[in-house]
Design a protein around this ligand. Structure first.
Ligand code: PMP
Length: 425
């Protein structure tokens, strides 16, 4: 039977429900996916691509993993949403807290945006202060205070056209990632207004940017000295890097943490939590309101248990993910070397990235943005034409899953040799 090509009917605003999917930074027709299985995405013609988008992070176990998608009828048959709390919700909260010692109390949400937005509200309520310090190039979701100077191509200003009221900027201050002197500049004279420093402890929305030694610790000290809180946005990193990561990996203890993406295994499940004393600012104990019709729904909570089951029962998982990430990073290093382009490949577990800029890895958004965008677009299209799907924006990175095989990675690297040669010509 002939396969009918996808025809956009033009009703979907901007052509996609999240702008990055429109592929504007690379031009050309956006990728339209018809299905996914394991490490692969399929288009409408049935063509297979090795997928490194992995839905921008949640798919730690690839597409449609049987342990996450099998037997869903039985879960749904007990009810998909209650207007009441339930035992499994409390049990999942306890399981999460057991892995992340800084979290004594938590609340579930459906999206990472809600989780971070709620954590910011709790911090403001607890401290009785308005000011939020954030980092250019970090992304925390699409609430107003998060979008000023954000990464992930979401940067918005308070110009009227962005829909963000101008007074938002009165309570948000931006600093350069990995730059404690810039944090001090940004805060000077306003320390007593500071509610929280919000940070991606490992930044994944300006490509992959690792924190330099002392940066996160320095933030913690500055927040403490100002009487403010530290909020880690681990929406990407928790479970992708390990059961206690990134805070466990870095030996740090933020006051509040936001979780999302991988914890829901591809279903809408997220959470925020932290010190019990701080979380008591939340209604009904305190006055700070957060809630949600779908928050903590039994369907997604059941999936959250399945995700933790898969991870807890597989002690070798993170070692394998690390090895896969290392294989890809080494292969890309060799491909860049062969193309005589001295870019630095960055890897953290199953996250891999390089930029079309020569020299050391980017350490902040200014550096991460100073790239050859034409070369990136050409590389993206050459990879896609050859059967590898990358995110269509240089602000994203490559996500691996448990399902990416050595053969998938070697295929990707072989293709990268050709794609880099043609992109950098
Ligand atoms: N925080 C980080 C670090 C993210 O990467 C994202 C999503 N890319 C969010 C928050 C927002 O999550 P969601 O898209 O689920 O609202």
């Amino acid at each position: 039977m002939p396969v009918k090509a996808f025809e956009a009917c033009g009703v979907l605003a901007g052509g996609a429900s999240s702008p990055v999917r429109a592929g504007t930074p690379v031009g050309g027709a956006p990728f339209v996916q018809s299905s996914g299985r394991g490490a692969y995405a399929f288009d409408a013609t049935g063509r297979r691509y090795v997928d490194y988008v992995m839905a921008y992070g949640p798919l730690l176990f690839g597409h449609a993993h049987p342990a996450l998608t099998g037997g869903l009828d039985a879960i749904a048959a007990r009810g998909t949403v209650f207007g009441s709390t339930h035992e499994e919700e409390e049990r999942l909260a306890a399981r999460l807290c057991a892995h992340v010692p800084s979290v004594e109390k938590l609340r579930f949400t459906s999206t990472g945006t809600e989780a971070v937005m709620s954590a910011v509200r709790v911090a403001r309520a607890f401290t009785g202060r308005p000011l939020l310090l954030r980092f250019a190039g970090n992304y925390h979701g699409h609430f107003d205070a998060a979008l000023l100077g954000a990464g992930a191509s979401a940067a918005s200003s308070t110009d009227l056209g962005s829909g963000i009221p101008s007074n938002t900027s009165a309570d948000v201050v931006l600093a350069r990632y990995n730059d404690l002197a810039d944090v001090e500049r940004a805060l000077a004279g306003r320390e007593n207004l500071l509610a929280a420093i919000l940070v991606e402890p490992i930044a994944g929305n300006m490509g992959l940017v690792l924190p330099v030694d002392g940066f996160l610790n320095g933030l913690t000290v500055r927040a403490r000295n100002a009487g403010a809180l530290v909020i880690f946005d681990e929406v990407i990193t928790w479970l992708r890097l390990g059961l206690g990561r990134a805070q466990g990996m870095l030996g740090l203890r933020p006051d509040l943490t936001a979780f999302g993406k991988a914890m829901g295994g591809g279903f809408p499940l997220a959470a925020f939590g932290g010190r019990a004393e701080v979380m008591r600012a939340l209604s009904p104990d305190g006055d700070a309101f957060t809630g949600g019709t779908l928050s903590g729904n039994p369907f997604c909570i059941a999936i959250g248990h399945r995700v933790l089951d898969l991870i807890e029962r597989d002690p070798g998982l993170y070692e394998r993910l690390e090895a896969a990430g290392g294989r890809l990073a080494d292969g890309l290093r060799a491909a860049l070397h062969a193309a005589e382009f001295p870019a630095t490949v960055t890897q953290c577990g199953s996250m891999v990235d390089f930029k079309f800029r020569a020299g050391a890895a980017a350490s902040n958004y200014d550096e991460a943005s100073a790239i050859d965008r034409k070369a990136f677009a050409a590389y993206y299209h050459a990879m896609r034409a050859g059967g590898v799907l990358l995110a269509p924006s240089p602000n994203e990175l490559m996500f691996l899953s448990s399902e990416h095989s050595a053969a998938d990675i070697d295929f990707t690297v072989a293709l990268a040799h050709e794609a880099l040669r043609s992109a950098l010509r």
